[in-house]
Design a protein around this ligand. Sequence first.
Ligand code: AMP
Length: 285
Amino acid sequence: MTENSNIKIVNEVKEMQALSNSLKKEGSLISFVPTMGALHEGHLSLMSTAKEKGDFLVVSIFVNPTQFGPNEDFNKYTRDLDGDIKKISDIGVDVVFFPEVDEIYPEGFETYIEVQQLQKPLCGEFRPGHFQGVATVVLKLFNIVKPDIAIFGEKDYQQLLIIKKMVRDLHLEIEIIGMPIIREGDGLALSSRNAYLSDEQRLQALALSNSLNNIKRMFNDGENNIGNLVEAGTSILNESSIKDIDYLEIRDGNTLEDQEEAKKGDIVAIAAKVGNARLIDNTKL
Ligand code: AMP
């Protein structure tokens, strides 16, 4: 364990578990924010809420290899522990859990978690194995950090639903809290992957939130035909020369099932590539 400002950095599973066990014995409520680092205001908002909700705040920083596909950005994902620690120094984070890959996946590891239906559509279709990797690492982190409360962003809406379902299905005694998407002033959802964008691509990327806003506006004005809504949203992406669209879909906000017609509470979700960055965004109707 090393000290950096007032934040303890823990690298080992056993040490984290021992610390959490002793905190629980004292009756402390542990709150937890899992991240992959390259932290921004979106992450910080989850941490501030986590700080309010619990007595002891653990943040994990772990770029999880099992949730990346073979041609994805695992190797180039930004890793900057010192920079991240500086960014969170005023929030009151007590521990950063920062393990090596071998610590989480020791040789011979072969147990995985799947939330079978919720993992299928949207990102599941375009990133095979992604949500299996996410559910597996989150369950591991839960067993290591032993939180009472864990906070996730609605930015990764499908992930949030999957974690909630896993917690329910496996009887985990953890309260899962979802937090709203934090955006730049012009609407772009904050993401660690925005760092991959050039200035020009950054402007192009605005089409994602513009497209979602336009669909929401049309819905609020009475349009509930999904074909019409998706077409209008797609044309905004196309006008911005975004051609590489994985999906723009409207699905039930709880089950992610396909809908005949758009209704209140549905989720509108987009994934598209801008330059080398695969960006996602969503909004609720
Ligand atoms: P990541 O480091 O990208 O795995 O994200 C860690 C957590 O931060 C996840 O629960 C994300 O949903 C959440 N998050 C990422 N971006 C945002 C954002 N712009 N607003 C709110 N939460 C976010």
